[in-house]
Design a protein around this ligand. Structure first.
Ligand code: N01
Length: 887
């Protein structure tokens, strides 16, 4: 193992009042700062790093507590920019210790001779944008000033320790240590009575080793956390083989993955597996000792859905009970207040088993909160604990704390970063802030950062920033600044992303909840490492979208706008579809398109279990039609929803919208009967419309046999199915029944005109195209018939229709005709609610368990159906039946 000179090489700041003029000043000499310096030098920028510590290392310089290690496998938690470095350095363990990681960073600094441009022991005390000179003026604690064109925060996400906020800390006469500022010389705890406050990653790593050293260890736990065994040892042979077999491919897979570790995307959902299969997967995950693995590889829904998450959480809870012998201690250690992964889970070595030691006591602060720290120990509401040493493992003012620590940062027009961030960090891409030209953050709030392998995210940010600076220089520009519009768009996209995962459901440092008074909101980007990378690339490809560039003699370029207007998962789905390069449906012929769709649907996640799914035959307008019935798991009778599938009157069948019907059956607690109406071109207009009406009539007449509740039926449909549902309501009104209690129209076809703006704006790139719609219309309906209300219900009489809920999607060619129908019905006195789904496309709501952001819309639609049926809108979802044998 190469030994780098770490501690001995600290070089003090210049200590003079002279101003050093450089192209770039960087704060921090950790993973990010070192790589920045390397890249900036290569790109020809004169650079200085200002570093408060005595040497390189960043978080690994400060966090020297016993047990400190990384918890991403070290071969992944490494630089990839220097292939020779990769072979020059061999990690000794799967999860390296802090000293080894610090040696590695020292080795990198030596290898590239980085220290000569680092001012150690130098803390930035202010930074001000000088409008006239177009430079940042930096003041430091040593008095030495720096003037730089670009100012970059490589301050890390977890560098500013959080004060413990407990009364009486100053009164304590014993020794106090913070895990995040552990003495370099170590601490001798032999024979001491030690208290640890905090059971996050730091506490959980330190506690087993502190317990071995101390005479008595008392752990004060406020919130129990999930911890998994690291099973540390040599780096796993198969991972090493994968890396060494093809380094470039291995690293590339990490870069495009969701969390920055090269595991594939899991597609199996929990309800497709039996109990035994899930347990087997879980045990394999537990044995693997790999957080990234267990967070991403068990089943696809664990990180996005409470039901799927609960299964993993319960299995971990079972493990805790199995390890900890005292049931009361086991119960106190069992996390119940947050989904697994919503708060940062930990990787441990003997953590839970440590509570079986006779010298370890757990104090559950939920049952007896700390009242005060006294001269001799800690007093709770119930007891006093005499201790010699208190270790605070109370965490960090995360994401923003380290940037605020080098304040004030004063941007354009005297704008203060603290003011701009008073209600939470604002940024564009987590890399820049509007009003702060030439100011950049590496893995800042708004980027994947702490929800990823930091090594991967740091390299991506550094590469992106340095390449932008070089491009700026080459183009003759001198400043670069995010626009307000781009920043607001990013905030919206962040908010959309945060609905994708369960992070929003826990009080954690991810959301700022750990620091009293801090503005709250999910700070890291939850949309994934690979998607984020592609967005950054898109910004460049779209002419630096959202940035204002300026240069001498009034040169300016500003391509303003929002980089992501689609919902994050819609963007991914459309990206995947584009990559598949599918031939247009309309070139396949009707049967070819049907066969294709059947095959395509086989790849989607299986719909969720409901009480019962059955097949049957009903009478259509000219003969029998198949149907599929979805019955809730609750006792009946239930209201009935007659459902018409999508597919342009040409494609699909009674089971092609199976996941949607199952989901809505569960959410509404109603029977869904999906009708297999006849299709074009074999059966042209008005076959589908007449079948829809006849089927509704038949179902209403046979409601009791189907297990339905007496009273009106409801109708619902998607796309062409929405058209049939709308038409059915008009026909039922005009032909003397059946009585329809309400209509749910999801992206309905309502009119034969193709000249509304959505047909133009969304006609090409959002899966359902203008060309496809032309084809559907041609196959179903001759031009002479197209104005008939049985295919263009917008042209029919609208008064007297049942109440309606109309959902339209922003990026759908059919958007405007759906809105027009809703407005026209409302104008005719019909009770209408609209959901105009921002950022969604035609298939957003039917791609259940793929477009996760569609859940909110489906909840609204289900509530509307329940209101139509005279039920309270909210339904408590029945617990998911978990055996794969469930229907
Ligand atoms: O900090 P934390 P951490 N009274 O905030 C408790 C990374 N990391 O330093 O949950 C009583 O997670 C607090 O309780 P609660 C990793 O990303 C990585 O441990 O707020 N208790 C919590 O139990 C990690 O997530 C490694 O109710 C108080 C604990 O202190 C992040 O750093 C190793 C309290 C703080 O846990 C932060 O971890 C270490 C009070 N007043 C860290 N205030 C690796 O393995 C706080 N607490 C790579």
């Amino acid at each position: 193992m190469p030994e780098a000179m770490v501690a001995s090489r600290a070089s003090k700041g210049a200590g003079t009042a002279a101003t050093q003029t450089v192209d770039v000043a960087v704060v921090g000499a950790g993973f990010a700062g070192l790589y920045l310096l390397y890249r900036l030098r290569k790109a020809g920028f004169s650079t200085v790093i200002l570093e408060e510590a005595g040497d390189v290392g960043g978080t690994w310089y400060w966090n020297r507590y016993p047990g400190a290690r990384c918890d991403i496998q070290t071969i992944d938690y490494s630089y990839s920019f220097d292939p020779e470095l990769e072979s020059a350095w061999k990690w000794s363990e799967k999860y390296a210790t802090q000293p080894e990681i610090l040696r590695y960073l020292g080795f990198v600094a030596d290898r590239h001779d980085l220290r000569r441009d680092i001012r150690f022991g130098t803390k930035v005390t202010s930074a001000t944008w000088d409008e006239t000179a177009e430079r940042w003026q930096i003041a430091t604690n040593s008095g030495a000033k720096v003037s730089c064109g670009y100012y970059i925060m490589a301050t890390g996400c977890l560098s500013a320790p959080k004060p413990p906020e407990i009364d009486g800390v100053k009164d304590f006469k014993g020794d106090i240590y913070f895990t995040g500022r552990w003495p370099h010389e170590g601490v001798n705890l032999a024979g001491k009575r030690v208290a640890v406050i905090g059971t996050g990653s730091s506490g959980i790593q330190a506690i087993p080793l502190l317990a071995e050293q101390a005479a008595q260890l008392t752990v004060f736990q406020r919130t129990p956390n999930f911890a998994l065994p690291a099973h540390n040892g040599a780096p796993p042979a198969e991972r090493l083989a994968a890396l060494e077999g093809d380094r470039a491919a291995y690293r590339d897979q990490a870069r495009w993955s969701m969390v920055g570790v090269p595991w594939p995307q899991q597609t199996i959902v929990s309800w497709q597996l039996t109990d035994a299969e899930r347990r087997e997967r879980f045990e394999a995950g537990w044995a693997a000792g790999d957080l990234a693995y267990i967070l991403t590889q068990l089943w696809a829904d664990q990180g996005v859905d409470l039901d799927g998450n609960r299964i993993v959480a319960d299995l971990i809870r079972e493990k805790i009970r199995g390890i900890v012998k005292d049931p009361e201690t086991a119960a106190a250690l069992t996390p119940l207040d947050h989904p697994f992964g919503a708060k940062r889970p930990c990787l441990d070595t003997n953590y839970y088993a440590t509570y079986n030691r006779p010298n370890v006591t757990l104090v559950n602060l939920r049952a007896e909160p700390i009242k005060a720290i006294t001269a001799s120990g800690i007093t709770t509401g119930k007891r006093s604990f005499e201790v010699d040493v208190i270790v605070f493992a109370t965490g960090f003012d995360a994401m923003t704390g380290a940037i605020m620590a080098v304040h004030p940062v004063t941007g354009r027009d005297g704008k203060s970063l603290s003011d701009v961030w008073a209600n939470g960090p604002q940024s564009y891409l987590g890399v820049s802030v509007a009003g702060f030209p030439n100011f950049f953050m590496i893995t800042g709030p708004g980027s994947p950062s702490v929800l990823s392998n930091m090594a991967v995210s740091i390299e991506q940010h550094v590469d992106w920033v340095v390449e932008r600076l070089a491009a700026l220089r080459d183009a003759g520009f001198t400043t670069m600044e995010a626009t307000e519009a781009a920043q607001a768009g990013w905030a919206q996209h962040m908010a959309d992303c945060s609905t994708l995962t369960l992070h929003r459901l826990a009080n954690t440092w991810y959301t700022g909840a750990n620091v009293p008074g801090k503005a709250q909101g999910v700070m890291p980007y939850t949309g994934g490492v690979g998607p984020y990378r592609s967005i950054c690339n898109d910004v460049v490809a779209q002419g630096m979208l959202g940035f204002r560039l300026s240069g001498p003699n009034g040169a300016e370029q500003c391509n303003d706008g929002e980089i992501v207007r689609l919902q994050p998962d819609v963007r991914l789905v459309l990206g995947l579809l584009a990559q598949m390069n599918l031939p247009p449906f309309e070139t396949m012929g009707a049967q070819g398109a049907r066969d294709f769709l059947t095959e395509f649907n086989k790849g989607r996640p299986a719909g969720r279990p409901v009480g019962e799914v059955g097949d049957g035959v009903l009478m259509g307008s000219e003969g029998p039609l198949p149907y599929k019935l979805y019955r809730p798991a609750t006792p009946g009778p239930h209201p009935i929803v007659v459902y018409f599938h999508g597919g342009g009157w040409v494609l699909g069948d009674q089971q092609s919208d199976d996941p949607f019907c199952r989901d809505m059956c569960r959410r509404t607690d109603m029977i869904f009967v999906s009708v297999g109406y006849r299709h074009a071109p074999e059966h042209r207009f008005p076959a589908a419309a007449e079948d829809g009406y006849a089927a509704t009539r038949w179902i209403a007449e046979h409601a009791a046999e189907l297990g339905g509740k007496a009273g009106p039926v409801l109708v619902a449909g998607w796309s062409a199915g929405g058209n049939i549902a709308a038409v059915t309501c008009q026909l039922a009104r005009d032909r003397g029944g059946p009585e329809i209690g309400g209509q749910l129209l999801l992206c309905p076809v309502t009119d034969c005109t193709f000249d509304r703006p959505s047909y133009v704006d969304n006609g090409a790139n959002y899966f359902v195209t203008r060309g496809l719609m032309f084809w559907f219309w041609d196959l179903y309906c001759s031009p002479a018939d197209r104005t008939d209300p049985r295919v263009s219900p917008l042209r029919g009489k609208l008064a007297g229709l049942p109440p309606a809920f109309v959902t339209t999607c922003e990026f759908d060619p059919l958007r405007d005709e759906g809105i027009a129908y809703a407005e026209a019905m409302a104008a005719s006195g019909v009770a209408v609610e609209q959901l105009k789904a921002r950022g969604h496309f035609h298939s957003s709501f039917t791609m259940v368990d793929v477009v996760i952001t569609g859940v909110g819309g489906r909840i609204k639609m289900a509530e509307a159906l329940r209101r139509f049926a005279g039920l309270p809108p909210e339904v408590k979802l029945p617990p998911q039946k978990l055996d794969a044998a469930a229907s």
